[in-house]
Write a protein that binds this ligand. Structure first.
Ligand code: BGC
Length: 302
């Protein structure tokens, strides 16, 4: 592991940094090395004012990253400010930044201002996503376009700005083995068809091939791009699916592990994918779904 104090590489966590020779400091250093895997890195988390994005933002900050808590519109500013306050109360750092990820100008401005302020961006969590559910025959073009614009075009626009910065900056070995990391928030619905949600499922299927194509394109530049595919996670987006005991029991029929996920399940995966612990992981989707993609309907059927 690399010491963030003297930049020497230590094979064992218990070894003492030459600048911190006593045992007490060695323990402190060890703790820092274990917990602060994203020290000195800047992370942009889109859609971080609620749900999975909020949880990921808090977890990245507690792993040492400076976090840009992106939120879409003026009405979500207070929520974003609360997430930033939670980060700061734990000793973390960050800012809030309003930007609609489906708007090219706003995305370019967000990255330009973040880079001007913090020097660079090291991690992008492409998280912002929405649902506008409707049976297919009644789905309006507006519902279709809105979901594709935020969920898929938004990921394209943010990934493009992040990659431009990663290419310009290159690797800084004291911070990370990679020149940059992008984590695309997908869904089990990148592979599980979802009637009544064709726009959403199409956007997530699109994210899968966007992620894989750019992972292939930029791997030689040491840029790592992966997805997380959450299953049913307790957040506002799927509130109706778990809000009552009856609804939750029905949802559990789809989850072999027999619990509905929580934001922390996804946050832990995001910290791992953003850190050098996953340095050889590239172009893959990590399903964090309690086995939802194991086709539980087949367990006593077929
Ligand atoms: C959706 C949730 C849903 C889950 C499992 C997620 O991508 O946003 O609404 O509960 O997939 O179906």
């Amino acid at each position: 592991m690399q010491c963030d104090c003297c930049s020497a590489t230590y094979r064992f966590l218990t070894l003492t940094c030459h600048k911190l020779p006593d045992l007490h400091n060695s323990v402190a250093l060890t703790k820092r090395m274990v917990e602060k895997k994203l020290q000195n890195q800047v992370a942009v988390v889109t859609g971080a004012s609620s749900g999975i994005g909020a949880g990921v933002a808090i977890a990245l900050a507690s792993a040492g990253a400076t976090v840009v808590v992106n939120h879409p519109v003026a009405a979500t500013e207070a929520d974003a400010a609360n997430i930033l306050a939670a980060i700061q109360s734990e000793g973390g750092t960050g800012i809030i930044f309003q930007c609609d990820v489906s708007n090219e100008e706003e995305v370019v401005r967000m990255f330009t201002e973040v880079i001007a302020r913090f020097g660079t961006v090291d991690i992008l969590i492409n998280n912002a996503g929405i649902q506008r559910d409707a049976s297919f025959e009644h789905m309006t073009l507006e519902q279709w376009n809105k979901v594709i614009a935020v969920n898929l075009t938004g990921q394209f626009l943010c990934a493009r700005e992040a990659i431009r910065e990663f290419l310009k900056r290159g690797i800084q070995p004291r911070k990370s083995k990679a020149a940059g990391k992008i984590i695309c928030m997908s869904s089990v619905h990148e592979v599980i068809p979802w009637s009544g949600h064709a726009n959403y499922a199409a956007s997530k299927g699109g994210i899968m091939m966007l992620m894989k194509s750019i992972a292939q394109e930029f791997a030689p530049h040491k840029i790592r791009i992966n997805s997380i595919a959450p299953g049913a996670i307790k957040t506002p987006i799927n509130h109706n699916a778990w809000a009552t005991p009856a609804a939750e029991a029905k949802l559990l029929e789809l989850i072999p592990y027999q619990r509905v996920g929580i934001v922390e399940d996804i946050a832990a995966a995001a910290v791992w994918l953003a850190s050098d612990d996953s340095d050889y992981v590239n172009g893959t989707t990590l399903f964090v779904d309690g086995g939802m993609t194991l086709y539980p309907g087949f367990s006593e059927n077929g």
